[in-house]
Design a protein. Sequence first.
Lengths: 486, 482
Amino acid sequence: MKLHELSAHRLHKLIKNREVSVEEIVISLFQRIEKVEEKVKAFLFLYKKEALEEARKWDKRISQGEDIGPLSGIPIAIKDNICLDKKETTCASRILKEFYPPYAATAIERLKKAGVIFIGKTNMDEFAMGSSTENSAFQITRNPWNLETIPGGSSGGSAVAVASGEVPLALGSDTGGSIRQPAALCGVVGLKPTYGRVSRYGLVAFASSLDQIGPVTKTVRDSANLLQVISGKDEFDSTSLDYSVPDYSESLISELKGIRIGLPKEYFIPGIEEEVKKKILTATKVLQDLGARVEEVSLPHTEYAVATYYLVATAEASSNLARYDGVGYGYRTKEKTNLIDMYKKSRQQGFGDEVKRRIMLGTYVLSKGYYENYYGKAQRVRTLIKEDLDKVFQDFDAVITPTSPTVAFKVGEKIDDPLKMYLSDIFTISANLAGIPGISILCGFNKDNLPIGLQILGKAFDEETVLRIAYAYEQNTEWHKRRAEI
Amino acid sequence: MNYEVSIGLEVHVELLTKSKLFCGCSTRFGASPNSQTCPVCLGLPGVLPVINKKAVEYTLSTALALNCKASNFSRFARKNYYYPDLPKNYQISQYEEPLARQGYLEFELEGKLRKVEIERVHLEEDAGKLIHGEATENIEEKDMSFVDYNRTGIPLMEIVTFPVISSPEEAYQYLVNLKKIPKYLKVSDCNMEEGSLRCDANISLAPKGEKRGTKAELKNMNSFKEIREGLTSEIKRQSHLLDKGKRIIQETRLWDNKKKKTYPMRSKEWAHDYRYFPEPDLLPLEIEEKWIEELKAKLPELPQTRCQRFIREYSLPPYDAGVLTDSKELADYFEECLKSFPQPKQVSNWIMGEFLRLLKEENITVEEVKVSPTQLGKLLKYLKKGTISGKLAKVIFEEMFKTGRKAKEIIKLQGLKQITNEKSLRKVIDEVLEQTPQAVSDFKKGKGKALGYLVGEVMKKTKGKANPGLVNKLLKEKLSIL
Ligand SMILES: [Zn+2]
């Protein structure tokens, strides 16, 4: 097997046994990038020179007998809405082109301590708003399983970078499904941690009460290892919670005795592709064979999730994105003009259509006279959605659903129909509204060889159960061994 | 016609925390532009606020001192509007869930006790400062504006009254008395010149007995005096309109201190819908009853109570008590002084006279005064015993004030001790009488003024050290036997 096809865990073993040097790994990955990047366009920025320097530093330390951790010398790609100090962080927006943050996100600081090697920043929907990565101001990223199709979004670049063998690990961010949906469509593992599990400091905000940083990986074990490093209370993020972080590797057990899983009937709606539905039901059987008890459950407010989400998320976004005004940093119109026009023109020229659409929607939602009917009501429905899940979790350890109602669709197919596009997140949104963890793993392919994702949702701060179910499924199936051929 | 006036005041007080409300930057006043900033207060992408607990404590303490009910649950909210001094284009403030509500401030107005009800006390972050290009030397910068973010994020406490104030004078007195509270608690220096206290007003008029009229908001007043003037001018303007049967428009008006009148702000400048919503980057504050009780217990005696006690306990005139309790430091100084010289009225006279005069002259605060209250007490003891004369005491006190030296030292060093020795005084008197036969004969002729002249001469000869009472007595004795 080639180095670029291996998981981080396998690479770690090779490094540890001195069978391969970190430099060899990085060289091999950049060879892969040179070969496929032209086609998939997953990266906005690449740091080849620095990555090689870092690699050689690690090799030296290893040769001197230094103990290494699971992520030491392991290459990683970072979604371009997570600040890497002194590296351009654009959120795939013209408005932040050439913005170099003087600080790093807390998750990045923790990765640095763990010894990862940063390969580059990945493409995304502008400000994480989208489900196809077509909303990037700079380039369109392609799904390696079929270059005619989109990779999902908004963390499309991260999912593609992992799925095409450009990196073994990536970080994404998930506000309504932005890690899980592209992971599903690209056939990799995507985990959205509990809200408050991973610090948001340094993650450029889209919707503050929903955003979480999370891992995109080839295997569940890698997901657990990466989560281990980035988790935990951060004094710079008041919403990160002080729950002790367990050793996630301990939850990687390949059987499911005693595990109770709910299958919500509301998730098998018309509009879900038949092949997706079939694969999920097949996966259910696998879980039962491993000892889990699977029963139908009800989440009655599911149908309101998308509407609720688009009120809450856009409201917060309209305020979070107000700071991009051309005054202190970021894009400013070249036209000489007065203050108000500078604001208007800078934002008009700096933001893309989808971002503008959401800012306008969010501004409206918060306006005098509408607040109660929209934002206020949405918050109340959000509570109901959370209560649905709480109730199910009284009797069940996890809930499984399809990650996305469809497989990857064609580039351009939904870009002019925002409502259709918004439905891509119909199964992932509830986890963000309720703040619970969710993972998407590969559970098969459709007849056109496009990946299908299985979503596992767990209780707040119980990533362990989610990982355990995902791991057990993965270890007892062969899907994760397939690689996209490009 | 005579109208009923309803005034509400909104006071912003900058808190004296060492660091800003949501980041670790210093709050020091007067640093070079943008030197006290960080990614958080500059509102860079991806950063998050973290609450400064001290600012919450200061606000709660002030609210408790204003008899407010502290909230057990409080939340920050975003106030959204675009302005270049606001880097995030929203201000983190409080809206529906302030830290405290429903209090009052009592003070004396024209001999009567007045009670002004307070609606709410909340905490928010300050904005930056715009500097416009006209002020620069560089010609290319003339039509530009600059932003200094040093003040951005400094904690501001907002104290809002109900519209229950009924005259400009009452508004003025409310402010004078309100200002003392944060100063007593040492949570703000309430300095209007440095912008650490700002005040906006709203005012409406209505014929007696009718419900409140349309209010106008008043801004841009830079001293309590200007607030009083602004309100007076606004009452005049509004009653003039009402007299003519015209309507008052709800608007914001700016005070022009040169022209001494208000004019409307362009409506575009303030037609805001702030789109408040709960700040998702901060968890709601759950304030334990225990903490509130602790803060309550730690409150010092407040100015109004202390003033009443001074009148009662020390039999001081209300005026004296008011001046002495104006600041906590001065009141503490007074009471400390009483410990070594328990004569309240005399101490009060000295503090209100010499002490405050020199304080003003030297332009220093009570805390910077070099004379300890005990030393002032000792000086007054010497005066009382007659060791020094009243006139000398003032000279000595000034010396103490400027150098910090003790009274005893100065008296000893400069030989200022009063001459009370009768023998040596008689000697001086004999000399004076010998040298001024004219005065002696005038006295004999019954001219009372001559005695004063003679006393003066003796004092001159002793360089003021003679005890004037004793000189008087000895002179009379001597003259009667001549
Ligand atoms: Zn700062």
